[in-house]
Design a protein around this ligand. Structure first.
Ligand SMILES: [Zn+2]
Length: 306
């Protein structure tokens, strides 16, 4: 609180004493006049001062009221500021809580997404089309096809060059010193696709017995050949056997039929007979269900397909 002290100014008429009457009177009168003028000036100044003081007083009152108002404003502002601070603290807490909540929600979503991705992977895996494997051209264009009689359920396909190779081996043995060494024997390996027996290789073998038109394959040698097929993992199997006749033409002798029937215990086994002297060859199969008029089982000859 500001206290303003206002000085009170008392104005008194000062009594002047006049010792003489005539000259003094005039002098006295002038002095009196002068004195009065002086007094009037002082009075005027004093009045001005009083007015100024009055004005100052009212200004002080205004200032006091403004100061109080400011103080009140300050008080309410402080309170308001506290409110605002509380509000923001609450807000910050809310935002923090919300952020934590959001984080856990995001984690949940991440888990869900991971699961979804796994499910999608599985779905794709199961719906991925089976990779197409390039298939070789139709076998008929790569093979020489031999067809049996109508009731025979399969045909023989030979990789070009196989028959020539067997014929060459047979021809190379003609004219040996020992007649028994003139016949050749071997095994035909390959695979079966559909109803076609495909001959892919002619493996030379050892004969255990040899006559003019018949030959027996050494069983031990046959086992060796089978072992070799398995060892080399050629994905092949025995599909037939071959031997040579020297100048008597191609057919199956009685012993040949017996050999063939033994080998035919395994499905789709055919016999190739070559004659290097007559330059003939033929594939044979024995149908043991059908008998010839003489009681022998029917031998089926394969004919080169046109
Ligand atoms: Zn024979």
């Amino acid at each position: 609180m500001v206290v303003i002290k206002v000085a009170r100014i008392h104005i008194r008429n000062v009594k002047l004493r006049h010792p003489s009457k005539t000259g003094r009177k005039r002098r006295t009168l002038r002095k009196k006049y002068e004195s009065q003028t002086e007094n009037a000036k002082i009075l005027s100044r004093l009045e001005t001062l009083a007015l100024e003081v009055q004005s100052l007083k009212s200004e002080i009152v205004v200032l006091q009221s403004s100061s109080k108002e400011l103080f009140d404003t300050d008080q309410s502002f402080g309170a308001h500021l506290a409110d605002v601070r509380d509000y923001f603290e609450r807000k910050i807490r809310d935002v923090t809580d919300n952020a934590e909540d959001l984080c856990s929600k995001i984690e949940e979503m991440q888990t869900t997404l991971d699961r979804l991705a796994r499910d999608l992977d599985k779905l794709f895996e199961s719906s991925i089309p089976v990779r197409k494997i390039a298939m070789p051209p139709p076998i008929t264009s790569q093979l020489t096809i031999y067809r049996g009689e109508e009731n025979l359920s399969f045909q023989v396909g030979v990789i070009p060059g196989i028959i020539e190779t067997v014929m060459e081996r047979a021809r190379a043995c003609v004219g040996q010193k020992d007649k028994h060494d003139e016949e050749i024997v071997g095994v035909l390996t390959g695979r079966v696709t559909g109803n076609t027996v495909i001959i892919e290789e002619a493996v030379p073998g050892r004969a255990s017995y040899s006559g003019m038109t018949e030959v027996a394959l050494d069983p031990n040698n046959l086992a060796e050949i089978v072992d070799n097929i398995i060892r080399n993992d050629k994905n092949q199997r025995i599909v037939g056997w071959y031997h040579s006749h020297l100048g008597l033409g191609v057919f199956l002798s009685d012993i040949d039929v017996k050999t063939q029937l033994t080998l035919q215990q395994f499905s789709y086994v055919i016999a190739l007979v070559v004659d290097p002297i007559k330059n003939e060859h033929s594939f044979f199969y024995v149908d043991k269900e059908v008998k010839e008029p003489d009681g022998r089982p029917k031998t089926i000859k394969f004919v080169k397909s046109e």
